[in-house]
Design a protein around this ligand. Structure first.
Ligand SMILES: *[C@@H]1O[C@H](CO)[C@@H](O)[C@H](O)[C@H]1NC(C)=O
Ligand SMILES: *[C@@H]1O[C@H](CO)[C@@H](O)[C@H](O)[C@H]1NC(C)=O
Ligand SMILES: *[C@@H]1O[C@H](CO)[C@@H](O)[C@H](O)[C@H]1NC(C)=O
Ligand SMILES: *[C@@H]1O[C@H](CO)[C@@H](O)[C@H](O)[C@H]1NC(C)=O
Ligand SMILES: *[C@@H]1O[C@H](CO)[C@@H](O)[C@H](O)[C@H]1NC(C)=O
Ligand SMILES: *[C@@H]1O[C@H](CO)[C@@H](O)[C@H](O)[C@H]1NC(C)=O
Ligand SMILES: *[C@@H]1O[C@H](CO)[C@@H](O)[C@H](O)[C@H]1NC(C)=O
Length: 832
């Protein structure tokens, strides 16, 4: 785990974090973001109609009101007031100083009056009372009695969401329908600033064509869909392994071009909706990274190659860039921004993302030179928009060997010396904050963000006590520069309560003391409904709050199950994303026990979707974090004792457990590899148009085809969650298995064969009394994985697309009966 900020540092492990950024309105004028009072609130009615049952469609009256007195001096941004319009009707009046305030006001009503929660795993909006309730006088979460309208405001102007790498891990294959839902979710959660990264290759492709490059020159530059975030940051370039698909670089270029076109169509819809909901976009700026072929076009300019990233071969990393102090950089920066503006038509923003050194080594690292760099960049940006805000993710500062206090200060001083504005997202402020070592970014505007999930992995994890206090402390320390709070998780669909809580913080008073137990209790009530949130269920969640969400080990992210790692004799990996679980397993198993029991004894009909999700999630945790390591330990001990029968018997139990876990996970599409592959294969048409996809140029026997395109998308999906690059083996801190998943289908088709081979070899070794040969294992395993990379999902028996059609609750109970005793025993330290 990462404990030292300035010690030896491996980019490869931190490798894939993301950057989100935010903006920095340095000035006073946040009101500038608010729509004029006469602006139509029609878009909000659209949100209501998409989300809520019909009887709620004409209940809400939204009004933009600029001057609602703020509830505290600090909570002065995006103030809303929710009240009953009059005593005789159920008309709910939601007033707010901005669309974001109105959206948050709507959520307030749904929370307090409706007692429902919009969650990724499902919601209970269809259980809202037929007659819309009035806003109650008593606020359930605070026990405060309110008689003249419920007023809240945010103590930071910006609430932001996503990490740039989420555009690979989470959103790569999303269609408009899914985006539309997420944008509605964002509005309700008060998010008003969002990196809009989709489809930018459309602008870049045009930009390079304008500079005289051909499609062929771009061949080795653009990555496949799943890897674009890292290409954008100059970590990676090109795509790989086409030979495995019997394809060619030329075919892949054809596919990438189709993809870029369709993503641009998607981006247009996203930007239009963001405009309608008044969510500010952070658009990309020119980040200096260019195709290698550009060098010949500008013989007088200075180009450099970036450092190698995460063991990638030179062909796919060491990305070429224009030196930021070269006049060409300024020229290209201007040209790119102008082209993007032209292509975006009426959509405008002042916020631009520009990360020059994400997990890369700058060409020169003296303070003077870094200052020259930031001065040059800022001046270039200002030539296009004098109010431009340079948004950057603070992740690059993790490399303390380069970014010493002097170097960092010089870099930021450069921006201010020319009156530039910046907004730094302290990307993983929840675990690896950089605000303390930079004294709050030396007076620049910044945002406190929670990252918490790296690599889109599963696993219950959180640091709740700190989350409930630290952002308030940071605000008290830097009240004028802390301008935002955000969620920069690399992926969603995990630990939802942690993200929910983060986004709620800005709406509390920064001097409030939040009662963690009560806060969670209210959340669970809304998530499941009062009928299902029984004492037993609440007690289970309270146990999880005190264990899985109270990680005190210092690690920034969840641990991994050994199931996702390549089998070995010693699978104790004591590093970040290692295999050590910090919590009291007895308590976690007990919480699981209570949740399952509640399905047996309490309200087993009509189980809410989120409850089913949580049942699958906690069962997953117990089987794969608690039980399987104990079985593995006994397996290895039996092998070491040359006890062939016991090796076989533990081996059989491990195989059974993996198969059981696979069946469990496959009951829910959010834990299904098949669902992910389907999303990828369908993503060639994200806006649902009827446009036929054809490849007019020389398809021939080996040319691009629709089937080849879909397989390209599938192989990107497969590659991201497994090899994460051209090869499946590498040093321990390389990327293979970095983005591993506890997903149904992946366990069955990818991890299970690994374990089967391992167990077979251990049995052979025990029989022959020869030591197990790990190198031989890795070679054989790699051959099998290589084949898997190019397979077509659905062809082998058992490869289901969405779910296996089995009922989660049923499967959970079955597995509980089967594994409960063992789980309790090993959690208490007993042998399997
Ligand atoms: C309450 O609202 C109804 C319907 O909009 C309206 O007819 C009535 O006059 C209102 N009553 C008061 C006291 O404002
Ligand atoms: C590629 O071609 C080889 C040889 O013809 C064949 O065995 C293999 O299945 C093909 N792979 C794919 C992904 O089409
Ligand atoms: C960058 O790398 C490419 C490919 O290895 C090489 O041809 C080129 O000379 C390098 N450029 C610089 C400026 O080092
Ligand atoms: C790639 O970067 C590494 C340093 O990270 C450097 O040693 C190597 O020479 C670079 N290769 C090229 C082609 O620039
Ligand atoms: C920055 O702004 C200040 C105050 O408006 C002004 O006096 C100064 O000349 C500006 N500096 C530059 C480099 O634009
Ligand atoms: C297993 O590896 C870890 C470090 O990865 C080490 O601390 C531990 O001592 C090893 N266990 C055994 C039994 O060798
Ligand atoms: C774990 O929790 C159980 C139940 O509360 C308790 O008996 C046990 O002592 C705890 N174990 C540790 C290591 O703290």
């Amino acid at each position: 785990m990462i404990t030292k900020k300035n010690g030896p540092f491996s980019w490869a492990t931190l490798g894939v974090a993301a950057l989100v950024v935010i903006q920095a309105l340095v000035s006073n004028n946040f009101a500038g973001a608010a729509p004029a009072a006469d602006q139509s609130t029609e878009a909000l009615q659209g949100v209501v109609q998409r989300l809520l049952p019909r009887s709620y469609h004409s209940v809400f009256e939204f009004q933009l009101v600029p001057n609602i007195p703020s509830p505290t001096p600090e909570n002065k941004y995006d103030v809303y007031r929710v009240s009953n319009k009059n005593s005789t009707t159920t008309r709910i009046l939601i007033e707010g100083s901005s669309f974001s305030a109105l959206g948050r006001g709507l959520k307030y009503y749904l929370d307090q009056a409706g007692q429902v929660e919009l969650a990724w795993s499902g919601n209970r909006f269809d259980e809202l009372p037929k007659t819309p309730p009035k806003v109650p006088d008593l606020e359930l979460d605070t026990n405060k009695v309110v008689t003249t309208g419920h007023v809240r405001g945010s103590f930071v102007p910006h609430r932001y969401y996503t990490n740039v790498v989420s555009f690979g891990y989470q959103f790569a294959f999303w269609d408009w329908k899914r985006w539309e839902r997420e944008l509605d979710w964002m509005l309700l959660n008060g998010i008003n600033l969002l990196p809009a990264m989709i489809g930018q290759e459309y602008v870049f492709r045009q930009f390079y064509h304008n500079l005289g490059l051909t499609d062929k020159d771009l061949d080795s530059f653009f990555t496949g869909p799943a890897f674009m975030p890292w290409q954008r940051m100059g970590n990676l370039q090109g795509s790989w392994n086409h030979d495995l698909l019997n394809s060619s670089a030329a075919n892949e270029l054809a596919y990438k071009n189709k993809w870029i076109d369709s993503q641009w169509d998607l981006q247009k819809l996203i930007l239009a909706r963001m405009k309608a909901l008044d969510i500010t976009a952070i658009l990309p700026a020119f980040q200096a990274f260019v195709p290698r072929a550009l060098v010949q076009k500008f013989p007088d300019a200075v180009f450099k190659n970036s450092s190698q990233w995460s063991y990638f071969p030179e062909e796919h990393t060491n990305v070429t860039y224009v030196l930021q102090t070269d006049p060409l950089f300024t020229q290209l920066s201007i040209q790119f921004l102008e082209l993007q503006q032209q292509l975006n038509g009426e959509y405008k923003t002042h916020f631009y993302l520009l990360d020059l050194f994400n997990e890369l080594t700058p060409a020169c690292i003296t303070p003077a030179c870094l200052k020259d760099t930031s001065v040059s960049v800022t001046k270039g940006l200002q030539k296009v928009d004098k109010d431009i805000v340079w948004v950057m993710q603070g992740w690059f500062l993790q490399n303390g060997a380069i970014w010493t206090p002097d170097a960092t200060r010089a870099y930021f001083d450069g921006i201010r010396s020319v009156n530039g504005s910046t907004f730094v997202m302290d990307l993983a402020a929840d675990s690896l904050p950089t605000w303390p070592s930079t004294d709050g970014f030396y007076g620049n505007d910044f945002g406190w963000s929670l990252l918490s999930n790296f690599g889109a992995a599963q696993g219950l994890f959180g640091r709740l006590p700190k989350l409930l206090t630290v952002p308030f402390e940071v605000y008290q320390k830097y009240p004028t520069n802390l301008k935002g709070i955000g969620v920069t998780a690399e992926a969603i669909n995990n630990n939802e309560y942690i993200y929910y809580t983060t986004l709620e913080l800005p709406w509390h008073s920064p001097s409030e003391v939040i009662n963690g137990e009560k806060h969670l209790e209210q959340f669970v009530r809304r998530r499941y409904g009062a009928f299902k949130a029984t004492t037993r269920v609440q007690s289970a969640w309270n146990k999880l709050r005190q264990t899985v969400w109270d990680c005190q080990s210092g690690q920034p992210s969840q641990s991994k199950s050994i199931i996702e790692k390549k089998p070995a004799l010693n699978m104790t990996i004591d590093s970040w994303l290692g295999t050590i679980f910090w919590y009291n397993q007895t308590v976690v198993v007990d919480a699981w026990d209570q949740l399952v029991k509640s399905t047996l004894y309490e309200h087993h009909a009509n189980v809410p979707k989120s409850f089913k999700f949580d049942l699958v999630d906690t069962t997953r945790e117990v089987l794969l974090a608690v039980v399987i390591p104990a079985l593995h330990k006994s397996l290895v001990e039996s092998y070491e004792a040359n006890d062939v029968e016991k090796v076989k018997s533990y081996g059989r139990q491990i195989i059974t457990l993996i198969q059981d876990a696979d069946r469990l996970l496959n009951t829910n599409p959010l834990f299904s590899f098949g669902a992910f592959v389907r999303e990828a294969r369908k993503s060639l048409n994200p806006v649902g148009s009827n446009k036929q996809i054809t490849f007019p140029n020389q398809p021939g026997p080996n040319g691009p085809t629709l089937a080849g395109y879909q397989q390209f998308l599938e192989s990107n999906a497969r590659g991201l969650v497994t090899w994460w690059g051209p090869v499946g083996n590498g040093p321990p801190d390389a990327l293979p298995d970095y983005a591993s998943k506890q997903w149904g289908g992946l366990l069955f088709s990818y991890y299970l064969p690994r374990w089967q081979l391992f167990i077979t070899q251990l049995v052979e070794a025990a029989v022959s009394k020869k030591p197990w040969d790990r190198d031989d294992y890795l070679a054989k395993n790699l051959a099998r994985e290589t084949q898997w990379q190019s397979e077509v999902w659905g062809r082998r028996p058992g490869e289901t697309w969405e779910t296996n059609g089995q009922e989660s609750v049923q499967v959970v109970r079955e597995l509980w009966n089967k594994w409960r005793k063992l789980a309790i025993k090993v959690a208490a330290g007993g042998k399997a």
